[in-house]
Design a protein around this ligand. Structure first.
Ligand SMILES: Nc1ncnc2c1ncn2[C@@H]1O[C@H](COP(=O)(O)OP(=O)(O)OP(=O)(O)O)[C@@H](O)[C@H]1O
Length: 234
């Protein structure tokens, strides 16, 4: 579904990602794990076309490397960004409406809003509440649901557990697990290697802009010392 070859991402004179290659198969959950500053957000931003990059990004059989952000969303890519970035003053429902702003199929869009509010009842209970009044975990659920409003073929999750209490982190990972069970293809970018690996079919370990290890949870589990060192999370 997604194939990335020799991706290089620079911020001005600083090269943050030095030519990485990875792939995500349809229906799989693949993780990109790494500590602060490893280049995870730079990679996600490049995949969506938010920052310039070189290398080749193939998605669903087409080369999207030079497409603008809107075209990549249209092609089926969607992101729940780091830091959630929901619209605090708008209600839960309005945030979801905005998530589907690029769609013109009004009835199906309304059905999707109803679907996500039903799937995640805590959001349903708070549908008319300003999103800024939600807890951190609820805001993360909303950010992910909003990203799903484009009906993506692949969902990119940028550090969904960041800044959340351990109990809430578990809830967010349960949510991701449910999405995986629904057949949604997921690229999960995380520092929390233990939790992310549990639900990943395959994972890549990123450090200083380079992939330093890759494998299934079984094979990567054996490099747990390396992972603990890189992510700071055992
Ligand atoms: N807009 C920017 N301008 C300059 N340097 C940047 C910019 N964004 C990221 N960087 C640098 O690129 C490198 C990778 O950062 P990136 O945010 O991609 O890492 P990350 O793995 O997502 O880390 P974090 O978990 O802290 O977000 C870091 O050295 C960072 O300082």
């Amino acid at each position: 579904m997604l194939n990335v070859e020799n991706l290089i991402v620079s911020h001005g004179p600083i090269e943050a990602v030095h030519g990485i290659s990875f792939a995500v198969d349809k229906g799989r959950c693949v993780s990109l794990l790494g500590p602060n500053g490893a280049g995870k957000t730079s990679t996600i931003s490049a995949l969506m076309g938010v920052v310039k990059s070189s290398g080749r990004i193939t998605f669903d059989g087409a080369d999207v490397s030079s497409l603008p952000v809107e075209a990549r969303v249209q092609a089926g890519m969607s992101v729940a960004p780091e830091g959630r970035r929901i619209f605090s003053n708008l209600s839960v429902e309005e945030n979801l409406v905005l998530g589907g702003a690029t769609r013109s199929d009004r009835t199906a869009k309304d059905a999707d809003i109803a679907h996500w509010l039903e799937t995640f009842p805590i959001l349903g209970e708070r549908r008319d509440q300003p999103a800024g009044t939600l807890s951190g975990g609820e805001q993360q659920m909303l950010a992910i649901s909003r990203a799903l409003m484009t009906r993506p073929k692949i969902l990119l999750l940028d550090e969904p557990s960041l800044g959340l209490a351990p109990k809430i982190v578990s809830q967010i990972f349960q949510m991701i697990e449910r999405l995986k069970a629904q057949g949604i293809t997921i690229l999960l970018v995380e520092q929390n290697a233990t939790q992310a690996l549990r639900l990943s079919d395959y994972a890549y370990l990123l450090n200083n802009g380079r992939i330093v290890a890759e494998g299934t949870k079984e094979t990567l589990g054996q490099s747990s010392a390396l992972m603990a060192e890189l992510t700071g999370i055992a």
